[in-house]
Design a protein around this ligand. Structure first.
Ligand SMILES: [Zn+2]
Length: 82
């Protein structure tokens, strides 16, 4: 029976290595961003696929003041200000 987990040791500064087979399966590469958060007593680690805060699109994003906005929505905002 194949195990579906692995046990890793946290190093002295809190890092762990994500197993290669998981990185390959989830298409995670060097310097990709990961989102890490707590769900009760679990630590969730997932690929950071940012989306526009207004329309939910993942295309043509600009990161501004800790939020992602797509160019289309940014254009809409600029048009309303005129
Ligand atoms: Zn948008």
């Amino acid at each position: 029976m194949k195990k579906d987990y692995s046990i890793r040791t946290i190093d002295s500064v809190g890092r762990i290595v994500i197993p290669m087979d998981l990185r390959k399966a989830l298409d995670i590469h060097e310097w990709d961003e990961l989102r890490i958060y707590r769900d009760h007593d679990h630590i969730i680690v997932e690929k950071n696929n940012p989306v526009c805060i207004f329309c939910g699109s993942g295309k043509d994003l600009i990161f501004y003041k800790e939020k992602y906005v797509c160019k289309k929505c940014l254009k809409g905002i600029q048009a309303e200000k005129k």
